[in-house]
Design a protein around this ligand. Structure first.
Ligand code: ADP
Ligand code: ZN
Length: 518
C-alpha cells in the first residue's frame, strides 16, 4: 500500500518523500480507520486525503468552507491529472446538473463540497446514488462553538455518514488544537476509534514579537520600507483601519493592496491575485483574508491590532514562512485594542458564547503582557508541552526588561478618575491632571478638584502610556463603545489603598529584533 502511495506522491506531486505525519495518516485512512489530524497551517494536510482518494474505490467527499478557493484547488488537481469537481453556490444550475450527472456515473475521485450543501435534499439524494470512498473534513474546527469559525452546517456531517448506509471512513483536519475543540470534533463529527495525530506546533522559523506601541503607523512604515520587495501581510481589526493603513502605505510609495468584506468580489479577487502573484508586496487585510491561501514565501505577518483570541492569532501569524525560511510575526499592542475587542464582543449577536469570548480575549491579552517566552506561551496554550523555558527566537527571549515602579503616578491617576466620578475617558482625565483650562473642565467644575493640575509636569504621551499600562494590567477597565469610560477595578482599588504596586516595563533588545526600532 505504502509503496503505491509513495509512487503516486512522485507521479502526481513530484515530491520525493512524505512530511511528518502524512504517511501515518494515509495509512490509517487506507485501512478504514477514522483520523483526526491536527497539523499547523502549511503542514501539508491536503495531500493526506487526496492520495488515499486516488487509491480507494469510489468518490471522496471533501467538505471545505473555503468556497473561494475550491475552484483553484480543483483546477490544480485536474492539471495534475486527477478527476475532481466542486459543488458550491458559485455554480450555475446547468453546471450543477452536469456535475451531479457525472458524479452519479462515478467519474470523480474527489468531490469538494461547501458545508451548506449538506442541508440540501437534492445533494443528499445524490450521495445515496454514488459509491463514497471516504469523507474528508477540512477546517474541522468549524464544527465547534469553541473554535473561531463556527458553522452550523458542519453539524450535519455525521448524518451523511449514516444516511448513505456505506459507512465511509472519515478523516478530519484542522490547525486548531485546544482540548475543547478536539473533543467537539470527535463527538460532533462522530469519529470512531479514531487515529489521532498532532504534528509539531512549533514553527521554529517564525520569530514571534509583541511590541507595545501607541503610534503604530510609523513603525509599520519603517518596517515595510526595510523589507521592500518581501511579501507580507498586515492584519487590522476593522475595515476602516485596513483602508487607512493601505492608503497611507500607497501614499508612501509602497505596493500595497487590501482585502476585507466591504469590497466587492471582483476587487477582492484581483487584490488577492496581485498579492499571490507578487504584483504587490503588502496585503493589508481584516481576518477575512487568508484561510487556505497557498503562498509559501510570506516573510512577515504584522498584526496592527491584537486579534480576538490566540487561535486566530496563531493561525494568521502561521501564514508566514510556510517554506521554512525565517519570518517575522509581529503583534503591535496598545490598550485601545482591548477596548475595541471588548466592543466587538459586546456588539456581537451570539449571546451564548460571550463569556467564552471574553475568556479568550483575556488569554490573548496575557500573551501581549507576558515577559516569558512567547513561543512557550503559544505552544502551551494548545495543550502541548514545550520543554525549554527559552526559545531564543521571540521578543521576550531576545530582550531584557527593565522595570520601573510607577505606583505613585498610578495612585494620582486613579484618584483623579475616582474624583471625576468614573464617567470619563482618558483624554478628559489627562486634561484634569495637566490642569487644562478648557471649557468642559470649567463647566464640570473639575478645576476645583484636588487632583486638578496634579501631574502638570508630565507630558501627555507619558500619561497616556501610564493609563495604557493600568488598563492592560487590569487596574482600570474600559467600557462603552464610542466614548469609552475608565473605571477603577478591584485591583485598582488595592493600588489606591497602597496595598499593591505597579510597574512599567521597558524593553531593550539584546540583538536584532523589531523592538529595537522603538
Ligand atoms: P495545509 O493544508 O496543511 O495548510 P497544504 O496541504 O496546502 O497545507 O500544503 C502546504 C504546502 O506544502 C503545499 O505547497 C504542498 O504542495 C506542500 N507539501 C505538502 N506535502 C509535501 C511533501 N511531502 N513534500 C513537499 N512538499 C509538500
Ligand atoms: Zn522565546
Amino acid at each position: 500500500m505504502l509503496e503505491k502511495a509513495l509512487e503516486l506522491l512522485k507521479k502526481y506531486y513530484g515530491y520525493e518523500s512524505f512530511r511528518e505525519g502524512q504517511e501515518e495518516i494515509i495509512n490509517n485512512i487506507l485501512s478504514k480507520r477514522d483520523v483526526l489530524a491536527i497539523m499547523p497551517t502549511g503542514g501539508g494536510k491536503s495531500l493526506c486525503y487526496q492520495l488515499p482518494a486516488l487509491m480507494l474505490d469510489g468518490t471522496a467527499i471533501v467538505i471545505s468552507p473555503l468556497i473561494s478557493l475550491m475552484k483553484d484547488q480543483v483546477d490544480t488537481l485536474r492539471q495534475m491529472g486527477m478527476e475532481a469537481a466542486f459543488i458550491n453556490s458559485t455554480l450555475s444550475v446547468a453546471e450543477l446538473r452536469n456535475i451531479i450527472y457525472e458524479a452519479e456515473r462515478e467519474k470523480y475521485k474527489l468531490l469538494y463540497v461547501a458545508p451548506e450543501r449538506l442541508e440540501s435534499e437534492g445533494f443528499t439524494e445524490m450521495l445515496k446514488n454514488i459509491k463514497i470512498s471516504m469523507i474528508a473534513v477540512d477546517e474541522a474546527h468549524c464544527v465547534s462553538q469553541w473554535g473561531h469559525d463556527f458553522r452550523t452546517s458542519y453539524l450535519k456531517i455525521k448524518e451523511i455518514r449514516h444516511m448513505t448506509g456505506q459507512n465511509p471512513v472519515v478523516s478530519a483536519f484542522t490547525a486548531t488544537a485546544t482540548a475543547q475543540v478536539k473533543e467537539d470534533i470527535i463527538n460532533l463529527i462522530e469519529l470512531k476509534n479514531h487515529f489521532e495525530l498532532i504534528t509539531g506546533f512549533d514553527r521554529e522559523n517564525l520569530k514571534f514579537e509583541v511590541i507595545r506601541i501607541n503610534k503604530k503607523f510609523p513603525f509599520v512604515l519603517k518596517y515595510v520600507e526595510e523589507n521592500k520587495g518581501k511579501p507580507g501581510i498586515i492584519y487590522c481589526i476593522t475595515r476602516k483601519i485596513t483602508d487607512e493603513v493601505c492608503a497611507r502605505l500607497i501614499a508612501a510609495g509602497h505596493k500595497a493592496v487590501k482585502y476585507h468584506a466591504g469590497l466587492n468580489d471582483r476587487e477582492r479577487a484581483s487584490n488577492q491575485d496581485d498579492f499571490l502573484y507578487d504584483n504587490a508586496d503588502v496585503m493589508v487585510a481584516t481576518n477575512a483574508f487568508g484561510m487556505g491561501i497557498d503562498k509559501s514565501n510570506i516573510r512577515y505577518v504584522i498584526h496592527y491590532n491584537m486579534p480576538k483570541n490566540i487561535e486566530s492569532y496563531y493561525q494568521e501569524a502561521g501564514r508566514a514562512g510556510r517554506d521554512g525560511e525565517s519570518s517575522d510575526c509581529i503583534l503591535l499592542f496598545s490598550p485601545s485594542d482591548i477596548v475595541m475587542n471588548n466592543f466587538l464582543i459586546e456588539s456581537s449577536f451570539n449571546f451564548s458564547s460571550k463569556s467564552k469570548e471574553y475568556e479568550k480575549l483575556r488569554d490573548m491579552t496575557n500573551y501581549c503582557n507576558t515577559d516569558k517566552c512567547l513561543r512557550k506561551f503559544l505552544i502551551s496554550y494548545f495543550d502541548e508541552k514545550y520543554e525549554k523555558e527559552i526559545c531564543g527566537n521571540c521578543s521576550s527571549c531576545l530582550s531584557t526588561v527593565e522595570k520601573n515602579d510607577i505606583t505613585l503616578e498610578a495612585q494620582k491617576i486613579l484618584s483623579c478618575i475616582y474624583r471625576m466620578g468614573e464617567r470619563f475617558g482618558s483624554n478628559s482625565v489627562i486634561d484634569v491632571l495637566k490642569g487644562s483650562s478648557n471649557q468642559k473642565i470649567k463647566a464640570m467644575k473639575f478645576h476645583e478638584l484636588t487632583t486638578y493640575g496634579l501631574m502638570k509636569e508630565y507630558d501627555k504621551d507619558t500619561l497616556k502610556e501610564i493609563i495604557s499600562v493600568l488598563v492592560s494590567e487590569g487596574f482600570l477597565s474600559v467600557s462603552g463603545g464610542k466614548y469609552p469610560v475608565l473605571k477603577i477595578t478591584q485591583s485598582g482599588n488595592m493600588v489606591l489603598r497602597g496595598k499593591c504596586s505597579v510597574e512599567i516595563k521597558k524593553v531593550f533588545a539584546k540583538s536584532k529584533s523589531a523592538a529595537e526600532t522603538l
